[in-house]
Design a protein around this ligand. Structure first.
Ligand code: R1P
Ligand code: URA
Length: 293
């Protein structure tokens, strides 16, 4: 069989042999990966490592590979948004599954296990500040997955339709329509265990308008959050808003990797309370994920 070749313009490799944005070389990527949004959170995760074998910083992408209880783990910051998840997951998949010398796909899939640790807004009375939510499903208000051919094969199309009907959105708002993807069920069971809420997470293309926050300018749908909080599908409710989980779940499914997102609620949109001291508490979530990954 002829192997697929990836041209220099499609897979950009730096002169030192590292991948374009992450600046990580193939030998430094572990099979177990933790993603965080905030570059400053990388050191908090890595502070639990017994040993560090590499550390690279490039733009918002800060990466450390090391060992925790003997397990080899790579932690990388993605910055904010699904657009950065497209970069990080494609480059990590390339590091794992493309031979950088021949620029061809490797014969066997190397499966990665990816857990995002983030912060989020809670959308239900039972998700107050401090709650840990592990995403069973992610809803993408970002549109990223629609650029990939296999999108329909990995999405929950009936739930997408039910959500769109419920929201009653037509025209420009959130066009193209939201997509819905499952996280890896085995990974969710292991990471969420019995002390995290198993939730449905909406990844938004912004922090303000797309999450129904109105400051000085009005929203296209002022009832957006009220409708999202009320939506129910097969006994599931939407639990939280953040900005990356949909692209992570979708790309991981398309590429054959295992992924989920765990977030700590730092603002509850129903009670209108927030926790600005969350940086002290997120370490508890980090320790749980490090133990369970
Ligand atoms: C917005 O404040 C950011 O916080 C959340 C959102 O997804 C977005 O990235 O996650 P992180 O705390 O991981 O950045
Ligand atoms: N991150 C988000 O994206 N939204 C919130 O409300 C809090 C954290």
């Amino acid at each position: 069989m002829v192997k697929r070749y990836f041209a220099e313009s499609e897979l950009i490799i730096n002169p030192d042999g590292s991948v374009f944005h992450l600046h990580v070389k193939p030998e430094y990527l572990a099979d177990k990966i933790i993603l965080v949004g905030d570059p400053g959170r990388v050191n908090l995760v890595a502070s639990h490592f017994e040993t560090k074998e590499c550390e690279v910083e490039s733009r918002e992408f800060h990466t450390v590979t090391g060992r925790y209880n003997g397990k080899r783990i790579t932690v990388t910051s993605t910055g904010i948004g699904c657009d950065n998840i497209d970069i990080v997951i494609n480059e990590m998949d390339a590091l794992a599954n493309i031979d950088f010398n021949t620029r061809t796909e490797k014969d066997t899939l190397r499966q990665l296990e990816i857990v995002r640790i983030g912060t989020c807004g809670g959308l239900q009375p039972y998700t107050p500040e401090g709650t840990f939510i592990c995403s069973v499903k992610s809803v993408g208000f970002d549109g990223l997955l629609n650029f990939y051919e296999g999108r329909n094969a990995v999405c929950d199309l009936p739930m997408e339709r039910a959500l769109l009907n419920h929201l009653g959105w037509t025209g420009n708002i959130c066009a193209p329509a939201p997509y819905v993807v499952d996280a890896d069920a085995e990974l969710v069971d292991r990471i969420a265990d019995n002390d995290m809420v198993r939730g449905v997470t909406v990844a938004c293309g912004g922090f303000f308008g797309p999450q129904g926050r109105q400051l000085r300018i009005p929203l296209a749908d002022p009832k957006q959050n009220e409708k999202i909080e009320k939506f129910e599908y097969n006994g599931m409710k939407i639990t939280n808003f953040e900005m990356e989980s949909s692209a992570l779940a979708g790309l991981a499914r398309l590429m054959g990797h295992k992924a989920t997102t765990c977030c700590m609620v730092i603002a509850n949109r129903v009670t209108q309370k927030s926790d600005t001291g969350y940086k002290n508490h997120i370490d508890n979530l980090i320790k749980l994920v490090l133990d369970r990954i």
